[in-house]
Design a protein around this ligand. Sequence first.
Ligand SMILES: C[S@@+](CC[C@H](N)C(=O)[O-])C[C@H]1O[C@@H](n2cnc3c(N)ncnc32)[C@H](O)[C@@H]1O
Length: 191
Amino acid sequence: MSALASRWDRYALHPERYVCSEPETTGPTVAKILDAMPSEGTVLDLGCGQGRLAVPVATSRSDLDVVAVDLSSRMLCHATYHKQVRYLRGNGYTIPPTVGRLDGAWSVLLFQHLPVDTIARYLFSLAEHLRVGAPLLAQYVIGDHHLDLDHRYQPRELNHLAQAAGFTDVTTCRHEVVYDWGWLHARRGPA
Ligand SMILES: C[S@@+](CC[C@H](N)C(=O)[O-])C[C@H]1O[C@@H](n2cnc3c(N)ncnc32)[C@H](O)[C@@H]1O
């Protein structure tokens, strides 16, 4: 995992190479996160990068605390400060234990870089941290190929992984703007 962290450390200095930050995709994505997350409590941004989404979400919801986790320490060094956002480095496949209980979680532009076994581990780890009934929203790219950092999934594959990890009310839908992006919605099921 450290070789992967080093790769993302290198990308940290060139956000234009790794993030789709056009306003027409960021705006609808932030709106979708705000719609899915509770209005108060602690929520997780998994694979947060430099806080592109964590900061506007925290700014819009003064009662939300955001824990923002990323594999790359350099990405976090360059992250945008916000008093409600706590940045934490993760190991790349589980939620850090210090995160504690979560009232919601989202992940954007991460699953497309993860092989299926890492997504499965993350979903189990998320289920351990989320309160029963808490929402999970994850974006992914729809497709079939798996190459280096480019992993695409069919909706049914992610539905199956989420259910196996203990999530209920699992649904998928298309992203509002980008034609081959999907959203996975789920709730932490009863223990
Ligand atoms: C394309 S960027 C997206 C950042 C942010 N979610 C956004 O939308 O602006 C992908 C991020 O995922 C992080 N990342 C890659 N693999 C990871 C893993 N296994 N666990 C946690 N973060 C990871 C990278 O360091 C990078 O910051």
